[in-house]
Design a protein around this ligand. Structure first.
Ligand code: ADP
Length: 389
C-alpha cells in the first residue's frame, strides 16, 4: 500500500518539513519557513524539482505557515492533501512518554508539564500540533520524541545519585535527546557497507550531544533529564556543578525562571566566548573556548568506551560536526591513543547524502561525517503507526 508521510520539524521561530513517499523513502516536497511570528516570514519550498521562494505574513504564528505548506501539497503533489496518510512531528520531551505515539490531548498535556525542561521546544510544538488538528481534521499525527531512542539506556547509566523517592516521584533521570540524529547515524553506520557495531555518534550543532550506540541501540548519551547537560552548546551551558548554580542564584537574587533563561540563552559558546557561532569562536586568538569545547567532547567520547568496550566508528554530524575541520581535528587528536587517524585530504570532500569516511585506511577506528536525515527517522516511526491501523 502506498503511503505518504509529512514530517514537521518545528523550531521556536522557524520550521522545516519533508513530505515522503515511504515506498521508496524519497522526498516528494520539502521546505523551510523562517521568521515565524513576523510579518515577513521567508520560505523556500522544493517540489517536483521546482523551487518556490517568497515571504508571507506569519504574525499570528504557525497557522499561516502551515496553511501554505498544506496548499502547496494540495496543488503540486499527486493526490493532493488526500494523499497524506499521516503527519510526523520531531517532538522533544514528555517525561516517561518517551516512545513514538499518536498525539492527543493527554500527550500534549504531558508535553506542557515538561515545557519547563525544554522551553524552546515543547511550547512551539504544542502550538503547531493544535494548528494541524484545526487545519487538517482527522489526519493521524504521531510524535516521535527525541528521547525515544534512549529508552534502551540501562538504569545504572540513566539514574542520578539523588534521593530515590524524589527521583521516582518526579521522573528525575537521564532521558537523552537528539534521538532522530543519533538513530540516523546508528541506522546508516550499522547497515551493509559500514557494518559498525559499536558507534559513537557526535552531533555538534546549535545544540550538541554525544551518544554511545551498541548494536543499533543507545546505551548512553551526554544529555540528561533536559537538553542542558553534556558538552557546551551554542547558548546552553552543558555540564555545570549544580552548586555553582545555587550559589549564583543566591548571589544575584535570581529565581528559577531567571536562572532557566540564563542557562539556556546566555551560556555555552556565547557565554564563554561572546558568540554563539563556532565560526566566530574559531577566529578568536589565544582563547581557551574552542579547546574547552573539543576537550569536553573528547572526554565524553572516551567515557563512552566504558559503555561500549571498544569503538568501531565515530560519526560527526550537525552544523559544526559537518563543517568545522578544526573542531574535528582537535577532538580526534585527543583520541590518537585509540589509533584514530584523520586523513586531511578527505576533510574537504563535498558531502553527499551518504556518510563520508574521513579517517586513514590504517586508522583503528573509522571516522565519518554523517549528514543526518532526522526527518526520515521521524517518517519511519510515523509509518509504523500507519501500517498498524
Ligand atoms: P541546529 O542545532 O540549530 O539544527 P545546526 O546543526 O544547523 O543547528 O548547526 C548550526 C551551527 O553550526 C551554527 O550555529 C554554527 O555555530 C555552526 N556552523 C555552521 N557552519 C559552520 C562552519 N562552516 N564552521 C564551523 N561551524 C559552523
Amino acid at each position: 500500500m502506498a503511503c505518504n508521510i509529512l514530517v514537521l520539524n518545528i523550531g521556536s521561530t522557524s520550521f522545516k518539513f519533508k513530505y515522503f513517499d515511504m515506498d521508496t523513502e524519497t522526498v516528494i516536497a520539502s521546505g523551510k519557513i523562517g521568521s515565524v511570528f513576523t510579518d515577513k516570514s521567508d520560505y523556500v519550498f522544493e517540489v517536483n524539482g521546482e523551487k518556490q521562494e517568497g515571504f508571507l505574513d506569519a504574525t499570528s504564528g504557525y497557522k499561516p505557515c502551515l496553511e501554505r505548506v498544506f496548499s502547496l501539497i494540495d496543488e503540486k503533489c499527486d493526490g493532493g492533501k488526500n494523499a497524506v496518510d499521516g503527519i510526523g512531528f520531531k517532538t522533544v520531551m514528555a517525561g516517561d512518554t518517551n516512545f513514538p505515539c499518536v498525539l492527543d490531548d493527554t500527550v500534549l498535556d504531558k508535553m506542557q508539564e515538561y515545557s519547563i525542561v525544554a522551553p524552546a521546544h515543547n511550547t512551539p510544538y504544542i502550538e503547531a500540533v493544535r494548528v494541524v488538528w484545526e487545519l487538517f481534521p482527522g489526519v493521524v499525527t504521531v510524535g516521535s520524541f527525541e528521547t525515544s531512542f534512549h529508552n534502551t539506556i540501562p538504569d545504572y547509566a540513566a539514574m542520578y545519585p539523588i534521593d530515590k523517592e524524589m527521583a521516582e516521584k518526579y521522573g528525575i533521570r537521564k532521558y537523552g535527546f537528539h534521538g532522530a540524529a543519533h538513530s540516523y547515524a546508528a541506522y546508516k553506520l550499522s547497515s551493509e557497507g559500514y557494518n559498525a557495531k559499536n558507534i559513537i555518534s557526535v552531533h555538534l550543532g546549535g545544540s550538541s550531544s554525544v551518544c554511545a550506540i551498541k548494536d543499533g541501540k543507545s546505551v548512553d548519551t551526554s544529555m540528561g533529564f533536559s537538553p542542558q547537560s553534556g558538552i557546551p552548546m551554542n547558548n546552553r551551558c552543558g555540564d555545570v556543578d549544580v552548586f555553582s548554580i545555587l550559589y549564583l542564584m543566591e548571589k544575584e537574587n535570581m529565581d528559577s525562571k531567571q536562572m532557566r533563561g540564563f542557562l539556556s540563552t546566555k551560556c555555552g559558546l556565547l557565554g564563554m566566548g561572546g558568540s554563539n557561532d563556532m565560526r566566530v569562536i574559531e577566529q578568536q586568538e589565544n582563547s581557551p573556548v574552542i579547546e574547552a569545547y573539543t576537550y569536553s567532547t573528547a572526554k565524553y567520547i572516551c567515557s563512552f568506551l566504558a559503555a561500549l568496550g571498544n569503538v568501531d566508528a565515530i560519526s560527526f554530524s550537525g552544523g559544526i560536526g559537518e563543517n568545522s575541520i578544526s573542531v574535528k581535528k582537535s577532538i580526534c587528536e585527543r583520541l590518537s591513543f585509540l589509533g584514530v587517524e584523520l586523513d586531511d585530504s578527505k576533510m574537504n570532500e563535498k558531502l553527499d547524502t551518504e556518510p563520508l569516511l574521513i579517517s586513514t585506511n590504517s586508522s583503528k577506528v573509522k571516522v565519518y561525517i554523517t549528514p543526518v536525515d532526522e526527518e526520515l527517522m521521524v517518517a519511519k516511526n510515523t509509518y509504523t503507526f500507519i501500517e498498524r491501523r
